[in-house]
Design a protein around this ligand. Structure first.
Ligand SMILES: Cc1cc2nc3c(=O)[nH]c(=O)nc-3n(C[C@H](O)[C@H](O)[C@H](O)COP(=O)(O)OP(=O)(O)OC[C@H]3O[C@@H](n4cnc5c(N)ncnc54)[C@H](O)[C@@H]3O)c2cc1C
Length: 410
């Protein structure tokens, strides 16, 4: 089908938190310009609504921090526009180090917090236990506390972006799939859909786990692999106070946060699962690649977690959640201007941090799409940093899975 359906300055494939955030900043900064966001399902149905949604600011990877700081800033901005609270939970983070290696990392993190003017101080084991009664602290060598860290409802964050963007003139089309890119030589001219062509000056791929397929069409080998994250939510218990902090347990490769009187926790599996973008179905509801709801994966690593959360052996699990997002071998984002073609941007490779960094990512791509300078340093996220890779090969998938299995940070 070659008939023209719509025309815009920018078309975005994918209405997850990245697509919606880009639309927000683009319409805010370029009034009168036309942007269309296309999603084959509902907005934010995929990774975004499945996230544990820790909005981590203070991290070892410093290039992420300005992006996350922008997320905090824009939440306040959008709350003003909509006259509504997003009810972000400023719970703070407890970071427990129980080995010399993790202690050195915590010390470095505390220095990074100071460098970025973020409050952080050490607390005693008793104080930590008081805040999070489920937490066993006797192995702790040091415990850091960062009171300004938060988590959020990721669906609300995504839809705050889309609602504000809509008010500013963005068009969102749900239930319409981008089937292919429109290409003329090295120029990307928009996307094909079953309704016809959407012609645009700039095309942005923000299709999450499915992004490698569009990259392949454009001859770009996108260095990321769709990789599964999973977490569990326990039964309610008095040891999980609603207002207790997020807890990071790098020695257990685990994190936890309160969830309405229950505890939500995630832990890196012994063998993470990365799959080809070709095999992930378009509707991810109830599709986890874990028919046993992660029971086997959890049982392999539960002893690691029980060092700090002994009750995990007895407590019932109320919910299991899994989803795919794009991981890389160096746990750095994988995004930017697509090499070798014109007018194509890749807002991809979120390494399980897309909720945190969505503000900065949205602003960066909005500026790039408008032909302006990227306000952030994206050199660590460069799409060509691994050289020539085949993102669909078993070797590449294995490299990305291993990166997640060995990741210790939250
Ligand atoms: C279990 C889990 C826990 C997580 N926890 C955290 C966390 O604590 N903190 C954090 O910062 N991040 C977390 N993340 C990561 C975060 O969810 C992602 O980084 C973020 O949601 C990525 O957003 P996105 O817009 O790139 O992708 P998605 O939200 O997946 O959106 C992509 C969209 O593209 C659409 N699409 C795909 N193909 C097409 C097509 N051909 N045509 C039209 N539309 C298409 C899809 O329908 C989808 O809506 C977690 C992820 C998971 C799965």
């Amino acid at each position: 089908m070659n008939k023209q359906y719509k025309k815009a300055d920018v078309v975005i494939i994918g209405g997850g938190v990245f697509g919606c955030a880009i639309a927000y900043y683009y319409t805010r900064n370029n009034p009168g310009k036309k942007i269309i966001v296309l999603d084959r399902n509902e907005l934010c149905n995929a990774a975004t609504s499945h996230a544990a949604a820790l909005v981590t600011k203070i991290r070892a990877k410093k290039s992420f921090i300005p992006l996350s700081l922008e997320t905090y800033q824009v939440v306040t901005e959008m709350e003003k526009i909509l006259g509504e609270s997003m009810d972000m939970k400023f719970s703070g983070v407890i970071h427990l180090a129980a080995s010399e290696a993790r202690l050195a990392e915590l010390k470095e993190l505390m220095e990074i917090a100071a460098e970025f003017n973020q409050p952080a101080h050490y607390i005693s084991a008793e104080e930590a236990h008081q805040m999070s009664p489920w937490l066993k602290t006797d192995e702790a060598l040091a415990i850091g506390y960062m009171p300004d860290e938060a988590y959020c409802d990721p669906y609300l964050l995504g839809t705050f972006f889309s609602r504000c963007a809509k008010m500013q003139g963005a068009e969102f089309i749900q239930g319409l799939e981008a089937t292919n890119l429109i290409m003329e030589g090295n120029d990307i001219l928009g996307v094909h859909t079953k309704e016809g062509e959407i012609i645009a000056g700039t095309t942005i791929v923000a299709s999450g786990a499915w992004a490698p397929k569009f990259a392949r069409e454009a001859g770009v080998s996108l260095p990321m692999a769709p990789t599964r994250s999973q977490y569990w939510i326990t039964e309610k218990d008095a040891i999980f106070p609603v207002n207790s902090p997020i807890v990071l347990l790098p020695d257990a490769q685990a994190y936890a946060r309160p969830e309405g009187g229950s505890l939500l926790f995630g832990i890196r599996e012994r063998n993470s699962l990365s799959v080809s973008a070709d095999v992930i179905p378009s509707d991810v509801k109830d599709f986890s690649f874990s028919p046993d709801k992660g029971v086997q994966d959890l049982s392999e690593v539960i002893d690691r977690l029980a060092r700090f959360f002994p009750k995990v052996y007895d407590i019932g699990m109320k919910y299991y959640v899994a989803g795919f997002s794009g991981y890389t071998p160096d746990n750095n984002l994988s995004m930017g201007v697509a090499p070798g073609v014109n007018h194509l941007l890749m807002a991809t490779g979120c390494v399980g941090a897309g909720i945190s960094v969505s503000g900065g990512v949205g602003l960066a791509f909005a500026e790039l799409a408008a032909g302006k300078e990227n306000p952030y340093d994206f050199s660590a996220f460069n799409l060509q940093r691994f050289g020539a890779v085949d993102p669909f090969s078993p070797e590449w998938l294995e490299r990305c899975a291993r990166a997640r299995s060995t990741k210790v940070s939250g």
